[in-house]
Design a binder for this molecule. Sequence first.
Ligand SMILES: Cc1cn([C@H]2C[C@H](O)[C@@H](COP(=O)(O)OP(=O)(O)OP(=O)(O)O)O2)c(=O)[nH]c1=O
Length: 191
Amino acid sequence: MDKQLILGSNSPRRKELLELAGFSFSNRKNSFDESTITETLPEVLVKELARQKGMAMDVQENEVLLTADTVVSANNTVLGKPSTEEEAFAMLAMLSGGTHQVYTAVMLRDIERHEVFVSRTEVEFWPLSEPEIHAYVATGDSFDKAGAYGIQSKGALLVKGIKGDYYTVMGLPLSMTVRELAKFQIAPTLL
Ligand SMILES: Cc1cn([C@H]2C[C@H](O)[C@@H](COP(=O)(O)OP(=O)(O)OP(=O)(O)O)O2)c(=O)[nH]c1=O
């Protein structure tokens, strides 16, 4: 029986990126509560979040489940998604004028085994003025995004440069994911 790829994610970006790669897949919601994990090392935290999201879902015999998590790390602080405008402002003020790391971990799981891998990208921000940060937060773009910005939307204007995979920042290290999925007999239909 052919293997079926299942994206276990509510993130519109992850769906968009799997489509970009040419995969056919189904999308299932995940309802994992991320606040239950209190690990402070970003790489360990992000892998654990991706793993637990995947373990909280069912997987059938012919399915390969993909779950993922993204966190931002700056000055030894892990930044998730902001819940208020004040929090978004504080995160962006912390990122202003400096370099931070974005980690995305992915878990692949079938009925027999699972694998978790992580990708890290460094992002440098321009120095941002208070009015600039306020204007960005007012766009509403911060809210469902780790570190309170979206590199793929208006947040692009905050970014001076990156080192590493752009798609890791957007929420899914795409080319690495394609290579790892091949080990689970999943390949994009358009390649
Ligand atoms: C830094 C950054 C993050 N993000 C997004 C990617 C992730 O969707 C989100 C971090 O939240 P996550 O908890 O990784 O994912 P999610 O809650 O959106 O989706 P799910 O758990 O259901 O898979 O931040 C961007 O879209 N652009 C960016 O530049």
